[in-house]
Design a protein around this ligand. Structure first.
Ligand code: ATP
Ligand code: MG
Length: 483
């Protein structure tokens, strides 16, 4: 009898233990926001005196838009990165509005607006050069199967997202909990459905819902995770970070034009170095830049260092509010694969100049399959590369022309970057730095002294040749094909 009772107790205790273990495991796997007894996400309203989001730092046009919408009886909130950033005392990049008015209704309310997007319909309200984006509350696709409004690919990727819903639905389909905070202009409160405020306090980046499903729906969320982790210096929740290393290949299905935009957001927002390190760590870099990834694996030349130096310089410029060009970054990112291909072609007997040209074109064309580089940038990438050889060789007759070349400054910066990353370019960078600082008279003197040095070197070469003649030497072209 005793042993029977013990067995029952052991069974009940064991069962309870397993039940709780499973619950804890499931909870740590997916982030389900708190729900009330009806299963709806629980809404927490944080009054003005309990949050740091001050109206003073909110864009006046964004406030105008929400006021006008609420004045016409619609719900309207500021949402996303702007509220997150204001919570963290950062300067928001843009102010996004969300509402229960349909895009057409919003369009009708603002004469200064236009409807955009097919995959994701939005309204842009324009105030001079400034634009406020207004999106209608979206709902989860599980709630709607109409083909017109919602479409998925075989891998689960959302191809069209025009399923509208309530504010709660809208919060659930946002990416991270910290991006799902809503600011209500009527009473200046913040509305939180996903414990986003807790995550802001602890510096946690947490995907809403089941991470694997959400990454399949939109693989760009993996890049966004890296971007926000770097920008906010947040730690990814274990369930949010864990699938990323296995799902990087999903990015191959994303249109190349969208990935180009994402790369700029990743690498040109002032946290490029950290972002690059995280992209490599989470094995996403190779999906974006396969040829460069290959060079990095081979520990080729100074590939990694050149990219780091380019990103350091970009981060510095962004912090100083100076302009940055994607061309410069892409020139650095693709330099090593281009050089490798050029030397392979030269090994096959192609002369240096055509080898460089062919390699430049091929590497850029191949990269465009992954991140479409608009022509206005790829042309500059090629200019920067083309000028490298000429800047290295410093032919006296070409100096003035080079200094006036429209892409001289970018090419010179790139040359200096190569030296900083450890390439030995016989102090060419320093020479070009000095010549730019001189007045016309001293500049001519510097060019003359370069020409004199060149003549002496030529003379020495000729004498050496005379001492030790070899057939064919006199007529063979130089390595670069330039002299
Ligand atoms: P920032 O503007 O600083 O880059 P952000 O969070 O505002 O950051 P946006 O791209 O402006 O990013 O997007 C605005 C909001 O839209 C996000 O905060 C998020 O709530 C939602 N969002 C954007 N992209 C996605 C996505 N791919 N999946 C789910 N929600 C998204
Ligand atoms: Mg934003």
């Amino acid at each position: 009898m005793f042993s029977f009772t013990t067995a029952i107790v052991v069974l009940v205790l064991g069962g309870t233990f397993i039940f709780w273990l499973m619950r804890i495991r499931n909870r740590s796997k997916r982030h389900r926001p708190t729900v009330d007894s009806r299963g709806d996400p629980q809404k927490t309203v944080i009054p003005r005196d309990q949050h740091p989001v001050s109206r003073r730092y909110i864009n006046e046009h964004a406030l105008k838009v929400i006021n006008r919408l609420t004045g016409h009886g619609y719900e309207a909130y500021l949402v996303g990165g702007c509220i997150r950033d204001l919570y963290l005392d950062l300067h928001p990049k843009d102010f996004d509005v969300t509402t229960n008015a349909s895009p057409e209704e919003v369009r009708r309310l603002f004469s200064n607006s236009r409807l955009i997007g097919r995959r994701f319909k939005l309204v842009h309200v324009l105030f001079g050069r400034e634009m406020i984006e207004v999106a209608t509350f979206r709902a989860s696709h599980e709630q709607h199967h109409g083909r017109e409004k919602s479409r998925h690919s075989k891998s689960g990727r959302i191809l069209r997202d025009n399923v509208y819903g309530s504010m709660e639905d809208d919060a659930m389909r946002r990416d991270f909990t910290v991006n799902a905070l809503y600011y209500d202009g009527r009473d200046c409160s913040v509305v939180d459905f996903c414990n986003g405020v807790d995550d802001i306090r602890t510096g946690t980046l947490r995907l809403i819902g089941d991470p694997v499903t959400r990454y399949h729906e939109d693989p760009v969320r993996m890049l966004r995770a890296i971007r926000f982790a770097a920008k906010l210096n947040f730690t990814m929740a274990p369930a949010t970070e864990q699938p990323i290393r296995e799902l990087g290949s999903l990015l191959r299905d994303i249109p190349a034009a969208r990935l180009f935009d994402e790369v700029l957001k990743l690498l040109q927002s002032g946290h490029g170095v950290r972002t690059f390190e995280l992209l490599q760590d989470y094995q996403l870099f190779d999906a974006l830049f396969p040829a460069t990834g290959h060079s990095l694996q081979e520990q080729d030349d100074h590939a990694g260092q050149l990219i780091i130096e380019a990103l350091k310089s970009t981060d510095r410029r962004v912090r100083q509010d100076r302009p940055v060009t994607p061309a410069f970054l892409f020139a650095a990112l693709l330099w090593t694969p281009m050089r490798r291909m050029a030397s392979q072609l030269m090994d096959q007997g192609v002369p240096p100049v055509p080898a460089f040209q062919q390699a430049s074109m091929t590497v850029i064309t191949n990269q465009c399959h992954h991140t479409a580089i608009p022509r206005r940038f790829s042309m500059v990438v090629r200019d920067i590369w083309d000028l490298q050889v000429r800047l290295e060789h410093r032919q006296p007759k070409l100096i003035e022309t080079l200094l006036e070349h429209p892409k001289f400054r970018a090419a010179y910066d790139f040359l200096v970057l190569r030296e900083q990353s450890g390439e030995n370019l016989s102090a060419a960078g320093l020479w070009w730095t000095q010549i730019q600082e001189l007045d016309e008279h001293d500049r001519h003197a510097m060019i003359r002294s370069l020409a004199d040095k060149g003549q002496k070197t030529q003379g020495r070469k000729r004498r050496r040749r005379r001492r030790k003649p070899r057939s064919g030497d006199a007529s063979s072209p130089s390595q670069t094909g330039e002299s």
